[in-house]
Design a protein around this ligand. Structure first.
Ligand SMILES: CC(=O)SCCNC(=O)CCNC(=O)[C@H](O)C(C)(C)COP(=O)(O)OP(=O)(O)OC[C@H]1O[C@@H](n2cnc3c(N)ncnc32)[C@H](O)[C@@H]1OP(=O)(O)O
Ligand SMILES: CC(C)C(=O)C(=O)O
Length: 512
């Protein structure tokens, strides 16, 4: 038996069967090209008999793709098979994939055919397909819920008719890894001509075991083709995910002992392309391609990864297309990760005491803000110790008027160097008007580089907390203000940032 595992991608066929994931011809072509870059062995491009649009998509892909086999699905009848053959005419390597259900339930209730009729139709379909093309795959749909004796009879017959790949689908995701693996093994052992075909697995994820079942089909059953989709896209709960199966086989080569053609560095780009095309968002904790797949937020893990990446990473982020792994600073981070980030940002601290002070302030901020960005850290260290900040500006009161169709107007009363002053302005919204009202008097010229609002508790009665980040003459400061009225919170945050800018300017002036 070969040690080469064939990766058969069906994103453009079974993936497209996912409600809402329908793709245009051009979108499918774009994805097919990415799959070719990924060095997928077989691209199942569609179901040519299903519509003229899908026929054209499969045809365009067949004409454009040179390095991967292009496959078209068809029912076990002459019309579908002829349509597939027609669409695949221009392919450098084409495959017809024909299928018919073999489980008692599907045969009786759906096809309304006797087992003998299905047996005959399967044979005729493969014979007809082999007359059109040299590469024919046959699938007994709902194969895993089929009677073993009947399935052996059908599969032996279709291999004799010239099927080159036999795919055993777990169409409804009912299988359990060990049982599915043994099922494939039994088929291969019992069918006398089983060595004339490549055995393939096609698993659905209804119980979340599509990848595990596929791996068992490979390891226990001896299958050498896996059918899978990018991001696990597919009918209902989806198919076996390409990125997971590929990285499992690659990472655990010690166990599987198999090689693949896949260029894994193109995995992330493929995942993003499929997600953007279909609008199916990838969950952050998705294996391999989720935003958090190589991110570390807790101090002990960050410390470990910084000392030796493999303490907490079993794959290299770069191997699947990420530029690097990620240390996400937040309230669970430790001093080592914080110090490393300071160093990466080119911030040098004079003493351990300075680092400790900055770290304490970072923890304080992290308790209020779920993720701390590099800009937060730069603002934090350039703010220095907040206790030095003098209150040059202080909020007194605010009134604003906004009505649909009218430009909002705000009037803000505040203390500037001990004197009560009033600023007034229009703006795009009440917040914009209020901040412009303050600026109309202060004229700091600072640029606002961040404005963010958080509800301190989860209800509309809670206080809104606003963070405003200002940048001026190379200095960056954060101002925070809280109030049940977010316009007032914004004005307070802006004044607090102005205080910090002012106090920095004074310190710099005093230093010389
Ligand atoms: C498990 C899988 O993923 S299988 C692939 C599923 N994918 C799709 O169905 C997407 C594309 N499908 C389509 O566009 C349409 O269903 C078509 C063009 C294939 C057929 O459309 P229609 O002719 O209108 O038939 P409809 O979809 O209503 O019913 C399916 C018919 O095919 C029959 N059929 C189902 N599977 C097969 C098969 N493998 N071989 C032969 N006939 C089959 C059904 O028994 C039913 O026949 P009936 O009309 O005599 O009752
Ligand atoms: C057509 C076959 C392979 C299929 O998609 C399934 O059974 O899930």
């Amino acid at each position: 038996m070969t040690d080469q595992l064939i990766i058969f991608d069906t994103t453009l066929r079974d993936g497209e069967q996912s409600p809402g994931a329908s793709m245009t011809r051009d979108e499918k072509l774009r994805i097919a090209k990415q799959l070719e870059r990924l060095k997928v062995d077989v691209i199942e491009a569609g179901f040519p008999a299903s519509s003229n649009g899908d026929f054209e998509a499969v045809k365009a892909i067949a004409n454009a793709i040179k390095d991967s086999t292009v496959c078209g699905l068809s029912r076990a009848n002459d019309r579908d098979i002829s349509r597939a053959a027609e669409a695949l005419k221009g392919a450098a390597r084409g495959r017809i994939h024909t299928f018919i259900a073999t489980s008692p339930l599907h045969m009786e209730k759906k096809l309304r055919m006797s087992p003998d009729e299905v047996f005959e139709q399967a044979k005729l379909a493969v014979r007809f397909a082999r007359n059109q093309i040299g590469d024919v795959e046959f699938s007994p749909e709902d194969g895993y819920r089929s009677d073993m004796d009947f399935l052996c009879r059908v599969l032996e017959a279709v291999i004799a008719e010239g099927a080159t790949t036999i795919n055993v689908p777990d169409t409804v995701g009912y299988a359990i890894p060990e049982l599915y693996g043994t099922f494939i093994k039994t088929l291969r052992e019992r069918i006398p001509n089983s060595d004339k075909a490549i055995w393939s697995v096609h698993c659905h994820n209804d119980l979340g075991m599509a990848v595990a079942n596929s791996l068992a089909g490979v390891k226990i059953g001896g299958a050498r083709q896996v059918e899978c989709t990018i991001n696990g896209l597919g009918e209902r709960a989806g198919n076996c995910s390409l990125e997971e199966i590929v990285m499992a086989v690659k990472t655990r080569k010690d166990y599987f002992g198999l090689t693949m053609n896949i260029d894994t560095q193109h995995i992330l780009a493929a995942s993003r392309m499929v997600s953007q095309t279909t609008g199916f968002v990838v969950q952050p904790n998705k294996a391999v391609v989720g935003a958090n797949a190589f991110a570390h937020a807790s101090g002990i893990h960050q410390d470990g990864v910084l000392k030796a990446r493999d303490t907490y990473e079993i794959m290299r982020a770069e191997d699947v297309g990420w530029s690097h792994n990620k240390i996400v600073l937040g309230k669970l981070s430790g001093r080592n990760a914080f110090k490393q980030r300071l160093q990466d940002l080119g911030v040098s601290m004079e003493s351990e005491t300075d680092v400790n002070t900055a770290f304490a302030r970072f923890k304080e901020l992290a308790d209020r803000k779920s993720e701390i960005f590099d800009e937060d850290i730069l603002a934090l260290v350039s703010d220095e110790d907040g206790s030095h900040v003098g209150e040059q500006f202080a909020f007194v009161s605010l009134s604003q008027h906004s009505e649909t169709g009218e430009r909002p107007h705000a009037r803000v009363v505040f203390l500037a160097h001990g004197t009560e002053v009033t600023g007034e302005s229009d703006g795009n919204g009440p917040v914009d008007a209020s901040l412009k009202a303050i600026e109309s008097h202060v004229k700091s010229g600072a640029e606002m580089v961040l404005y963010s609002v958080n509800a301190i508790s989860g209800s509309t009665e809670s206080q809104g907390e606003v963070t405003v980040r200002l940048q001026n003459a190379g200095r960056v400061v954060n101002g925070v203000g809280a109030d049940p009225d977010i316009v007032v919170a914004s004005a307070k945050a802006y004044l607090s940032a102005l205080n910090k800018l002012q106090s920095q300017a004074e310190r710099i002036a005093a230093q010389g």
